[in-house]
Ligand binder design. Structure first.
Ligand code: TRP
Length: 372
């Protein structure tokens, strides 16, 4: 069976290093491994609109930002199809058919949807005092649309951050249900999750649970060298580590979490040969006698090294915006062809392909017997 990747992001802001270690870096590695027959990377504008329906301009402006973040991080349009979700109308058709296979109760149990409902302040109460906000139906159903995204391309592998795992699980359920009712048609995908805890959930620079635009605690892929340095130097560390000689704590110390996500032994050889690896550095910090400043400087070297080529590629892309839109147009055109093929298979399986030549002939024959 062909090995196919589909994944994507909502264009609601520039991508930050949380996106990078959570999924983007992995996608680039998978792309360059040559192990996959096809790769589709989706800018999920239609999904972004499910909870930004009142701010279409934000979504519209961020499509190009996310596209440039992708390409500067190493996604190569010659190897990966970058597409815009709303331009593939077949996806909305698939979504409508899949909706029959999912209950409201099952959607309500999706932990990511639950959490987002809370975060966005949508009320799920029908109680008289508390029903001002309500949950937009389109938003509530976005896991089903995500199943359409994945199955339209017959994806086998979906590299995503942790929070997306419930979506893949729901997709698998939809695939099994569809295939059992209508016959084998769709492919069950696997999620490919981040390999370590730091990458799963990179905290913000303030030590808060998650890097998030609304908290203002992000390091963006497109940040300048100076901005990155300032953000790292101002990072939250260990409040109990007051004097250099005090023993330091690693847990919840985001400088070390970032090192877990970014640094390799080669970085020590290059920037800090006093230590062979991160374990040695951590041991010294925990013993006491190692200042935060030194660790932050090292982290800055490591992150700058990773971001410098990304920044340079972005500067080039920013000079040629028409080229970026051309990539998106071509990627969307190629994706549409694939999705159209799947949709026609879905319609055939559901027997709603009345006007296919052989089907129409059979229908006419049936009806002529009935109405003889
Ligand atoms: N839900 C993803 C996000 O929040 C974006 C997305 C849309 C996606 N469709 C997808 C991810 C299909 C993986 C597969 O960023």
């Amino acid at each position: 069976m062909a090995k196919i990747i589909l994944t994507g992001d909502r264009p609601t802001g520039r991508l930050h290093i949380g996106h990078y270690v959570g999924s983007l870096r992995r996608r680039v590695e998978l792309q360059n491994s040559g192990e996959f027959d096809k790769i589709f990377i989706m800018i999920a504008d239609a999904q972004a609109l499910t909870d930004n329906y009142d701010n279409p301009e934000k979504v519209r402006q961020n499509i190009i930002e996310v596209a440039m973040d992708y390409m500067s991080a190493g996604l190569d349009p010659a190897k990966s199809n970058i597409l815009i979700q709303s331009q593939i109308s077949e996806l909305t058709e698939l979504t409508f058919f899949y909706m029959n296979l999912v209950t409201v109760q099952r959607l309500q149990r999706n932990p990511t949807v639950k959490q987002e409902i809370q975060l966005r302040g949508f009320s799920d109460s029908t109680d008289g005092n508390d029903n001002k906000a309500g949950i937009p139906t389109g938003f509530f159903c976005y896991p089903i649309s995500q199943a359409a995204d994945i199955t339209a391309f017959k994806a086998t592998t979906v590299p995503v951050g942790d929070d997306q795992e419930p979506m893949i699980e729901q997709t698998r359920e939809i695939v099994r249900k569809f295939n059992s009712i209508y016959g084998p048609t769709l492919v069950e995908p696997e999620a490919l999750l981040p390999s370590n805890d730091a990458c799963r959930r990179l905290p913000g620079t303030d030590g808060k649970a998650k890097m998030s635009k609304s908290l203002g605690n992000c390091i963006y892929l497109a940040d300048s060298e100076e901005d990155v340095r300032k953000k790292i130097m101002g990072m939250y560390t260990d409040p109990l580590h007051v004097q250099v000689s005090d023993p330091g704590h690693i847990e919840g110390n985001c400088v070390f979490t970032y090192l877990d996500a970014f640094c390799t032994d080669a970085d020590f050889a290059e920037f800090w040969p006093d230590y062979a690896n991160l374990d040695e550095l951590k041991a010294h910090y925990q013993r006491g006698g190692l200042g935060d400043m030194k660790v932050k400087k090292f982290l800055n070297s490591v992150i700058q090294k990773e971001l410098a080529p990304i920044r340079a590629r972005r500067a080039e892309l920013e000079k040629d915006i028409p080229y970026v839109y051309e990539v998106l147009r071509k990627g969307s055109d190629a994706a549409r062809e694939v999705a159209a093929q799947t949709l026609s298979e879905v319609k055939r399986a559901m027997r709603i392909n009345y006007f296919d030549k052989d089907v129409l002939e059979a229908l006419l024959k049936e009806q002529s017997e009935k109405y003889r």
